[in-house]
Ligand binder design. Structure first.
Ligand code: NDP
Length: 226
């Protein structure tokens, strides 16, 4: 049986590249997109191992529908990749708290909702993995000001990773956070040094390695400080 993966925000950027690489490695891929009818085709749509699914990570209903879709085809999920995110540039001083809140909804509560919905199926995997795509901008020693919602959401996602890895200790599910590096996407901008292939590398490695860490923050396939 092929391993099964769900990737959020798979329609563009790093998430799209991760989804395509996992497909090429033999995964059954559920590729989340807010507007699947508008995505640029990958060329894999003809294959029954590839499925676009409507998934806004702020929507409980859509998350439930995707969980039902996967459960209708498989009795387990092997890999959940919480990749979808938005970036704001609010300062904390006089910043707009509603902008910060909106960022938290996607980047922090989104992964929490996805984990809660998918953990029952992940626990049915012999080797389940949750991969939270985070950022060094959320590292505690890098909280240098600005981008308040983004930094706080990623610092929170890192904390969520640690907490969840403890709550799932003794199960088959490993939980890690990853920084993909500064990558040329809509979020990273055209001046970023990394390609999407380079950004996808450690995420795909965490999804496929036989030596997967647990409760770690990983960059360039190495564990880094929180
Ligand atoms: P992009 O801006 O290129 O893509 C973001 C993706 O998230 C899109 O697919 C977007 O979908 C999706 N998304 C946004 N909001 C939602 C939502 N509510 N529900 C579902 N999907 C949503 O970003 P990247 O590919 O660069 O980033 C991917 C991950 O890597 C993020 O977690 C980011 O924080 C992280 N990262 C990126 C870095 C970089 O340099 N690029 C550096 C460090 C971390 P839509 O098209 O519908 O908006």
């Amino acid at each position: 049986m092929p391993p099964v993966a769900l990737i959020t925000g798979a329609n563009r950027g790093i998430g799209r590249e991760v989804a395509m690489q996992l497909f090429r490695r033999g995964f059954d891929v559920f590729a989340g997109a807010r507007e699947p009818e508008r995505v640029q085709p990958t060329g894999y749509e003809h294959d029954e191992r590839w499925a676009w699914c409507r998934l806004d990570v702020t929507s409980r209903e859509q998350i439930t529908s995707v969980a039902d879709l996967i459960a209708g085809q498989h009795d387990h999920l092997d890999v959940l990749i919480n990749n979808a995110a938005v970036m704001d540039k609010e300062p904390l001083v006089n910043g707009d708290i509603e902008v910060v809140r909106a960022t938290m909804e996607v980047n922090f509560y989104g992964p929490m909702r996805l984990c809660n919905a998918m953990i029952p199926m992940l626990r049915n995997s012999r080797d389940g993995r949750i991969i939270n795509v985070s950022s060094e901008m959320g590292r505690l020693q890098h909280l240098t000001g600005g981008y308040a919602g983004y930094r706080l959401s990623k610092a929170g996602l890192n904390a969520q990773t640690i907490l969840l890895s403890h709550e799932l200790a003794g199960t088959s599910v490993k939980v890690n956070a990853v920084c993909p590096g500064w990558v040329r996407t809509d979020m990273g901008g055209p001046r970023a040094p990394g390609s999407t292939e380079e950004g996808a590398d450690t995420i795909v490695w965490l999804a496929t390695t036989d030596h997967c860490p647990n409760g770690a923050f990983v960059s360039n396939r190495r564990i880094i400080d929180w």
